[in-house]
Design a protein around this ligand. Structure first.
Ligand SMILES: Nc1ncnc2c1ncn2[C@@H]1O[C@H](COP(=O)(O)OP(=O)(O)O)[C@@H](O)[C@H]1O
Ligand SMILES: [Mg+2]
Length: 215
């Protein structure tokens, strides 16, 4: 790693390397899993990298998300994604600090964005407030499509919503219920009939959850 590169995050799946240059860039580098057979591990990492690139490219047409930077020498067998560094703060660290009115505006935008990717049948797969970046203009950016996939199913979309709802609740945001209402409002604004169906399905998903807890 050269002097203008540093690791800014190391998760279970990948290291995120910040590359300082004219434009700040990050490299998401999927790490080796030694408990997997090497040849299988390599295949999986390449596959997931390509999948994430495709989802980012598709999602970036409808929402704010870093668009992977492709280059000729970057081969199809890579386990790295190069993308622009999004300047801002993780929503998880920021939402509570904002004025309530502003926080609710942001939640509404989040709802709209989720609805927009669902409309093109992209499921994010890991909708938590750590995978959303709030920039200086209060724009919301969605990152980490590492668990994302394509699906037309209402069920998958409802589960995606369930995840963000749970994430809000778990982070102990004192106002998570209001935040959630704002997300719902934003979600319903885009493609009304389809969103309504998804939200109805969410109720089903949640009643199943309660059932499980009880017995
Ligand atoms: N394009 C980016 N711009 C700015 N920060 C990023 C970017 N990509 C990742 N990060 C930072 O690195 C962290 C981990 O990246 P992420 O893609 O979520 O991988 P993981 O699978 O480890 O969660 C993010 O929470 C964020 O703080
Ligand atoms: Mg993440």
């Amino acid at each position: 790693m050269s002097s203008h590169q540093k690791i800014i995050s190391s998760g279970a799946e990948a290291n995120i390397i910040l590359v300082e240059g004219k434009e700040k860039e990050v490299i998401k580098d999927r790490i080796k899993k030694h408990y997997r057979l090497e040849i299988i591990d390599e295949k999986l990492r390449v596959q997931r990298t390509r999948q994430e690139i495709k989802l980012l490219e598709k999602a970036s047409k409808v929402i704010n998300t870093p668009l992977p930077i492709q280059s000729k020498e970057r081969d199809k067998k890579s386990t790295k994604i190069h993308m622009p560094f999004i300047e801002g703060k993780k929503l998880s660290e920021n939402l509570d600090k904002l004025e309530k009115k502003q926080a609710l505006e942001i939640c509404k935008k989040i709802g709209e964005s989720i609805s927009k990717i669902h409309q093109i049948n992209i499921i994010h797969g890991d909708l938590t407030t750590s995978n959303i970046i709030l920039d200086h203009e209060n724009k919301v950016w969605f990152i980490d499509f590492g668990l994302g996939f394509h699906s037309e199913r209402l069920e998958d979309k409802a589960v995606d919503l369930h995840l963000i709802k749970q994430a809000l609740e778990a982070k102990h945001f004192t106002s998570w219920k209001e935040y959630w209402k704002a997300i719902e409002t934003g979600y319903k604004k885009i493609n009304k009939s389809h969103s309504k169906e998804t939200l109805q399905r969410l109720k089903k998903v949640e009643s199943r959850g309660r059932y499980k807890d009880k017995y």
